[in-house]
Design a protein around this ligand. Structure first.
Ligand code: C5P
Length: 220
C-alpha cells in the first residue's frame, strides 16, 4: 500500500503529542516527534550553543546520528543510539531548543535527518514546519491552534496532575515567549501550510479533535 504521512504542526502546549501518538496507534504507523530532536540537540550541546561559530556547530551536528526506535505510538527518537528520556522535557530545555532552532545550520541538519527517517515509512509527524518545509508533499496536513490562555491552562493542569508545582502566569509567559520566537524567526517560522486543515482546539476535548482529524484523513 502507499506511504501515508500525516503532519501535525502548531504552537507549544496545543496537544500535538497526545494526538499524534493516538493517531499513529489508530493508523498503525510510526510516530515522529521532531521537537524531541531539537530538544535533544539543545540538551547535548548545552546552554549557549546558539552562540557558537557556525563551523563548530556544523561539525558536531554532522557527527550526530538520529534514529527511530520502538513501534507505533511508542516510537521514540534516539540520538547516537540512546533513546531520549525525560531529561529533555523541562521548559528550560524547551527554551534552549527554540534558541538553537533559529539557526539555519541546525534546521538543515535536522530536516535531513527527519526526511531520512521518513523515507519509505508511513508516519504521523509533529513539529512546527512539517507541512511547510520538511514533508511538503504530505497528503494530510493539520495545524492545531488554541489561545495562549487555553494552552497555559492545560499545561498547568498536566503539571499539577503529575505532582509538580505550576503557576499559570509563569506558564503563560513561557508559552508566549517561545511562540513569539518560533513564529518570528527567519527560517521555517511556525505557520500553517497553505494546504493544511486548521483545527481550533479551544472548545474541543482530545477525543473531539482526534475524531475530527481521523475523519479528515479517512476522507482524504
Ligand atoms: O514541540 P516541542 O515543544 O518539543 O519543541 C521544542 C522547540 O523546538 C520549539 O519551541 C521549536 O522552537 C523547536 N521546533 C522547531 N521545529 C520543529 C519542532 C520543534 O523549530 N519541527
Amino acid at each position: 500500500s502507499e506511504r501515508l504521512v500525516v503532519t501535525l504542526d502548531g504552537p507549544a502546549g496545543v496537544g500535538k503529542t497526545t494526538l499524534a501518538k493516538r493517531l499513529a496507534e489508530a493508523l498503525g504507523v510510526a510516530y515522529l516527534d521532531t521537537g524531541a530532536m531539537f530538544r535533544a540537540v539543545a540538551w547535548k550541546l548545552g546552554e549557549g550553543a546558539w552562540d557558537w561559530p557556525e563551523d563548530r556547530l556544523s561539525k558536531v551536528l554532522s557527527a550526530m546520528r538520529f534514529s527511530l526506535v520502538g513501534q507505533g505510538g511508542d516510537s521514540r527518537i534516539a540520538l547516537d543510539g540512546e533513546p531520549v528520556g525525560e531529561e529533555i522535557r523541562s521548559e528550560t530545555v524547551a527554551r534552549w531548543a527554540s534558541n538553537v532552532a533559529r539557526l539555519p545550520v541546525v534546521r538543515q541538519a535536522l530536516k535531513q535527518a527527519q526526511q531520512d527517517i521518513g523515507r519509505g515509512t508511513s508516519l504521523v509527524v509533529e513539529g512546527r514546519d512539517m507541512g511547510t518545509v520538511v514533508f511538503l508533499d504530505a497528503p494530510c496536513k493539520f495545524f492545531l491552534d488554541a489561545t495562549p490562555e487555553v494552552r497555559a491552562e492545560r499545561r498547568m493542569l498536566q503539571l499539577r496532575q503529575s505532582g509538580q508545582p505550576a503557576d499559570f502566569d509563569e506558564i503563560l509567559g513561557q508559552i508566549k515567549a517561545r511562540d513569539d520566537q518560533d513564529r518570528n524567526r527567519a527560517v521555517a517560522p511556525l505557520k500553517p501550510a497553505a494546504d493544511a486543515v486548521i483545527v481550533d482546539t479551544s472548545s474541543l476535548d482530545v477525543e473531539g479533535v482526534f475524531q475530527k482529524i481521523l475523519a479528515h484523513i479517512r476522507g482524504a
